[in-house]
Design a protein around this ligand. Structure first.
Ligand code: NAD
Length: 487
C-alpha cells in the first residue's frame, strides 16, 4: 500500500491520524493518507503566518517569486505523468484526461510567474498641496484553499499560482476523496525552493479539518471550490474570522442547439461537455436545450456516440469513461436517475449501474420534454444528460435561465446576431459559442448565483490576492497649521 505524508513548514509529516484511500476502479483500499485535525491545522496556519511576516519570503522580491513559480512550472511539467497516474488512481479520472490536464497546469504556473512583478501600486493625484499619496498593493495575508476531489491539481493551481504571484502564504486542504496528487505536488513545491511555510499542503475531512481551517483567526481569505451546501458552511465559519471568500461552486449548465447548428460538431461538444471526466465537471453541460425540429436527429447522433464510448479502467489510455470517484457519488447518480424516471423522464440510453467492481455508471441520456424532472434542476456531478426542446429563441433563453446556478453555458448556431443576443441574455459566468469546455490561464472563470462569486484565471485573479494600503506623506517642512481643521 502506498503511504503519503503532508507538508507543513517545509517538512513532510505523518499527521495526527491516518485514513485509507480507495481506488474507485476496484473499490479496494490502495493508499494510506495523513489526516489533519485541529492541531495540525493550527501548525500549518502558524507556519504560513510566520512565513508571511518573519521569514525570507517577506523579503523575496516579486521577480524572485516569479522565478520560483517558473521553477515550479518546470517541475510540474517534468513530473506530469507521475502526477497524472496518482490522480487517476486516487479519483478514477481517466489517464487520457489527467495527463493532458496536468501538462497544461504548468502553463498556469508560468502565466502567474510572469505576472508576479507586474502587480503594481499607484500614485494618486491628490487634491491637497504638499502631499503625496499612493497605494501599495500587498499580499492579502494567509490564504486557506479548500478543493474538491475532481481535478485537484488544476483547481489548486488556479489558486496557488495567483496567490504566490501576489506574495501570499497559504494552507491548501486537499479533498479527503483522492488527495494523493496534491500531496505529491508538495514535493515539487519543496524542490522548487519556496521557503518553509509559504505553501503548506494538508488533507483531512471537511467538518474537522476544512472547518478548522476556514474559521482560523489567522486566515485572511478563503478560496473555496466545492458544492453550494458546503459553501454555506464556509461562509458561516468565516463569520468567526471575517475572512473574505471566493467561491467556485456547482452548475446545471445549459447547452443550446439551434436547428442551423453544425449538428455533428455540436454533438461532439455535447459529449465532451457531459461525459468527459465521467460528468464530474463543474461546467458539465448537463441540460441540453435543443430546437424541436432537430431534436430527434440530434438525439440519435448523441445516442450513437454515447453508446460507442469505451468504458473501462481509468489507467488505460483507450478508456473514455471511467468510474465515479466514490461509492457515495455513484449512489447519488443512480438515485437521481431513478427519481427522474419515476417523475416521467424517458431513458434514451444508459441509466443502470453495471454489475461488477468499481464505481461505474454508464453515459446516460434522459428525455425530459414535458416533464418536471428533478434531473433538470439538481446537479448530478455524473454522466447524465437531461434533454428538453424549444420552438423559439425566447423559449430557449427562458429555459437556459431557468436555474439558480450560473456557471457555464453553450450556444450552437450559425446565426451571428442570434449568438450575440444569447451571449448577453444568458445568466452565467461563461458563455461558449460553437465550442464548449475551453479554459485558459488568460481567461477569467467563475459563476453567478448558486455557482458562487469571485473569478479565477487572468490578471484580476492575482489582484484578488492583494489588498491596498493607502500611504499619505506630507512633503512640507512648515509646522502643521490649525489642528482643529481637518485637511
Ligand atoms: P464538497 O463541497 O463536498 O467538498 C469540497 C471540499 O470542501 C472538500 O475538500 C471537503 O473536505 C471540504 N469541506 C466539506 N465540508 C466542509 C466544511 N464544513 N468546512 C470547510 N470545508 C469543508 O464538494 P465535492 O462533493 O467534493 O465536489 C463536488 C462539487 O464541487 C460540485 O458541486 C461541483 O460542481 C463543485 N465544483 C466546482 C468547480 C468550480 O470551479 N466552480 C470545480 C469543481 C467542482
Amino acid at each position: 500500500m502506498q503511504r503519503f505524508q503532508y507538508y507543513i513548514d517545509g517538512e513532510f509529516l505523518d499527521g495526527e491520524a491516518r485514513f485509507q484511500s480507495i481506488d474507485p476502479a476496484t473499490g479496494d483500499v490502495w493508499a494510506d493518507m495523513p489526516e489533519a485535525r485541529e492541531a495540525d491545522v493550527d501548525r500549518a496556519v502558524d507556519a504560513a503566518e510566520r512565513a508571511l511576516y518573519d521569514g525570507p519570503w517577506a523579503k523575496t522580491t516579486a521577480t524572485q517569486r516569479g522565478k520560483l513559480l517558473y521553477k515550479l512550472a518546470d517541475l510540474v511539467a517534468a513530473k506530469a505523468q507521475k502526477l497524472a497516474e496518482l490522480e487517476t488512481r486516487d479519483t478514477g479520472k481517466i489517464i487520457r484526461e489527467t495527463s493532458a490536464q496536468i501538462a497544461y497546469i504548468a502553463d498556469y504556473y508560468r502565466y502567474y510567474a510572469g505576472i508576479a512583478d507586474k502587480i503594481e501600486g499607484s500614485y494618486l493625484p491628490i487634491d491637497k498641496p504638499d502631499t503625496d499619496v499612493w497605494l501599495r498593493r500587498e499580499p492579502v495575508g494567509v490564504v486557506a484553499m479548500v478543493v474538491p476531489w475532481n481535478s485537484q491539481l488544476f483547481l489548486s493551481a488556479v489558486k496557488i499560482g495567483p496567490a504566490l504571484a501576489a506574495g501570499c502564504t497559504m494552507v491548501v486542504k486537499a479533498s479527503e476523496d483522492g488527495p494523493a496528487p496534491l500531496l505529491e505536488f508538495a514535493r515539487m513545491v519543496h524542490e522548487a525552493g519556496f521557503p518553509p511555510g509559504v505553501v503548506n499542503i494538508i488533507t483531512g475531512f471537511g467538518p474537522s479539518c476544512g472547518a478548522a481551517l476556514g474559521r482560523h483567526p489567522k486566515v485572511a481569505h478563503i478560496a473555496f471550490t466545492g458544492g453550494p451546501e458546503t459553501a454555506r458552511h464556509v461562509i458561516r465559519n468565516s463569520a468567526e474570522n471575517l475572512a473574505s471568500t471566493s467561491l467556485e461552486l456547482g452548475g446545471k449548465s445549459p447547452f443550446i442547439v439551434f436547428a442551423d447548428a453544425h449538428l455533428e460538431s455540436a454533438a461532439n461538444a455535447q459529449v465532451a461537455g457531459i461525459f468527459a471526466a465521467t460528468g464530474q465537471s463543474c461546467v458539465a453541460g448537463s441540460r441540453l436545450i435543443v430546437e424541436a425540429s432537430v431534436k430527434d436527429a440530434f438525439l440519435s447522433i448523441l445516442k450513437r456516440k454515447a453508446e460507442a464510448i469505451r468504458i473501462g479502467s481509468p489507467l488505460d489510455m483507450a478508456t473514455e469513461v471511467g468510474p465515479l470517484a466514490t461509492k457515495r457519488q455513484q449512489d447519488h447518480v443512480a438515485t437521481l436517475v431513478e427519481k427522474s424516471i419515476a417523475s416521467g423522464a424517458r431513458l434514451v440510453t444508459g441509466g443502470q449501474k453495471p454489475d461488477g467492481v468499481g464505481y461505474y455508471f454508464p453515459p446516460t441520456i434522459l428525455d425530459c420534454d414535458g416533464v418536471n424532472s428533478p434531473s433538470l434542476a439538481e446537479e448530478f456531478f455524473g454522466p447524465v444528460l437531461s434533454v428538453v426542446s424549444f420552438e423559439s429563441e425566447a423559449e430557449a433563453l427562458r429555459l437556459a435561465n431557468d436555474t439558480r446556478y450560473g456557471l457555464a453555458s453553450g450556444v450552437f448556431t450559425q446565426n451571428l446576431t442570434r449568438a450575440h443576443r444569447l451571449m448577453k441574455g444568458i445568466r452565467a459566468g461563461v458563455v461558449w459559442v460553437n465550442t464548449y469546455r475551453a479554459v485558459s490561464p488568460i481567461a477569467p472563470f467563475g459563476g453567478f448565483g448558486l455557482s458562487g462569486h469571485g473569478r479565477e484565471g487572468g490578471l484580476a485573479a492575482a489582484l484578488d490576492y492583494t489588498r491596498t494600503k493607502t500611504i499619505w506623506l506630507r512633503t512640507s517642512d512648515d509646522p502643521i497649521p490649525d489642528p482643529f481643521v481637518m485637511r
